[in-house]
Design a protein around this ligand. Structure first.
Ligand code: S3P
Length: 427
């Protein structure tokens, strides 16, 4: 896939449904009594992996890819059946970790495996707390990664002090807590995205929050819901950045989820001097939503660190691109989690942005970007990481010469029509 300089970007668009919420709708829908109807489901490969795993456990799921309406015919908390095959999670860390919390409490054994990237991602972070709850979960190759063998057990509640602010870890524990004896609680160093908590409550689970601690009591029944999924702010992030850095541009992205545990990118953009406004604020199934408008802006560097990191963790690759177009330095700290995403996103961003002529250094827990250098085209190795490919499409549209992205089709994971939607803005 090749990109050249865009003169200006204009238009009003919507982005596909939120990935995190789409996964959770399948899982809670499967465990509920009745039919959960989901509108705005993300047809990305990751969410389709969640659907196919639960289908393999006997759940009837109808997915209309034309309307993005998914109907999940729940079998209740104890209605999953033993899969006859490996549960294939593809590239999806969310499927792997959240589903493991559910599998730990079933009356059968399962094997969870995925692609080469998944087989390198750390699973000890869920194996440790789930084992403390009484789960029998092992890494088949003994390297704390997938494939995982999970033999369902009787679980008991724990209090877990999580060393990482990870919604996947928190959610795995809460989902296991639905089945555990007594109360289960998790404390995180900083608040990670809270979609599981919001949706669990909607389905009738008994949860309480206190600061960065969330507690759940075992559930008797979850009740099917109608769920309207807003656009994914992590997908909107590419258009937000494109609108800010491309000359003479103005883009409105309608219907974007702006949950405060996810909207760190908006605060960072504003701190950098972005012309960015949110309008039409409303709620969709308990999640705050807005239309976001951006216009070409003069940007200055900033510091991104601490509690905001989990609120923008998936947006750091595109924020690194944004920082190249700002005056002065942008420093990103406390983001060591980037090393264990779909690729090592610190190394991959530093390598690829350096190849385009950016002045960027990788650090132990982030990056330092000295903004203001003119970028030039280069051959970009996406490492099969969807967020890397999308970030460099935007960089390539603001660089001299030709930028070629290898294995560009990996955007399929979270945004199958990304290149089409981007091309439509190029005027
Ligand atoms: C997600 C949580 C985050 C995020 C991922 C989706 C989720 O991962 O990076 O893309 O849906 O819970 P961590 O829990 O590893 O931070």
């Amino acid at each position: 896939m090749q990109f050249t300089k865009a003169n200006s970007l204009h238009g009003i668009i919507t982005v596909p449904g939120d990935k995190s919420i789409s996964h959770r709708s399948v899982m809670l829908g499967a465990l509920a009594e009745g039919t959960t109807e989901v509108h705005g489901f993300l047809q990305g490969a990751d969410c389709l992996s969640s659907i196919s795993c639960f289908q393999k456990m006997g759940i009837n799921i109808e997915n209309d890819a034309k309307t993005n309406i998914v109907r999940i015919h729940g079998n209740g908390l104890h209605g999953l059946t033993e899969p006859s095959d490996v549960l294939d999670v593809g590239n999806s860390g969310t499927t792997t970790r959240l589903m493991s919390g559910i599998l730990a409490a079933q009356s059968f054994e399962s094997i969870v495996n995925g692609d080469a990237s998944i087989q390198k991602r750390p699973m000890k972070r869920i194996m440790t707390p789930l084992s403390l709850m009484g789960a029998d979960i092992t890494s088949i190759n003994g390297n704390d990664c997938a494939p995982l063998k999970i033999r369902g057990s009787r679980l008991h509640g724990i209090h877990y002090d999580s060393p990482v602010a990870s919604a996947q870890v928190k959610s795995a524990i809460l989902l296991a807590g639905l089945y555990a004896e007594g109360e289960t609680s998790v404390t995180e160093p900083y608040l990670s995205r809270n979609h599981s908590e919001l949706m669990l409550r909607g389905f009738g689970a008994d949860l309480t929050n206190n600061g960065t601690t969330v507690s759940i009591r075992p559930a008797k029944t979850l009740y099917a819901q109608k769920i309207l999924i807003p656009g994914d702010i992590s997908s909107a992030a590419y258009f937000i950045t494109a609108g800010l850095i491309t000359p003479n541009s103005s883009i409105t992205i309608q219907n974007v989820g702006i949950n405060p545990t996810r909207d760190g990118i908006l605060d960072v953009c504003k701190a950098m001097g972005a012309r960015l406004t949110c309008s039409n604020l409303h709620e969709m199934t308990g999640e705050p939503v807005a239309d976001i408008t951006v216009e070409t802006s003069e940007l200055k560097g900033t510091v991104i660190e601490g509690s905001i990191i989990p609120e923008l963790i998936d947006e750091i690759p595109i924020l690194a691109v944004l920082a190249c177009f700002a005056k002065g330095d942008t420093i990103i700290r406390n983001a060591e989690e980037l090393k264990v995403k779909e690729s090592n996103r610190i190394d991959v961003m530093v390598q690829n942005l350096s190849a385009m002529g950016a002045d960027i250094e990788g650090t132990e827990d982030g990056m330092i970007i000295h903004g203001g250098r003119t970028l030039h085209g280069a051959v970009i190795d996406s490492k099969l990481d969807h967020r890397i490919a999308m970030s460099f499409a935007i960089a390539g549209m603001n660089a001299e010469g030709i930028t070629e992205i290898k294995e560009a089709e990996c955007v399929n994971i979270s945004y199958p029509d990304f290149y089409r939607d981007l091309a439509a803005l190029n005027t």
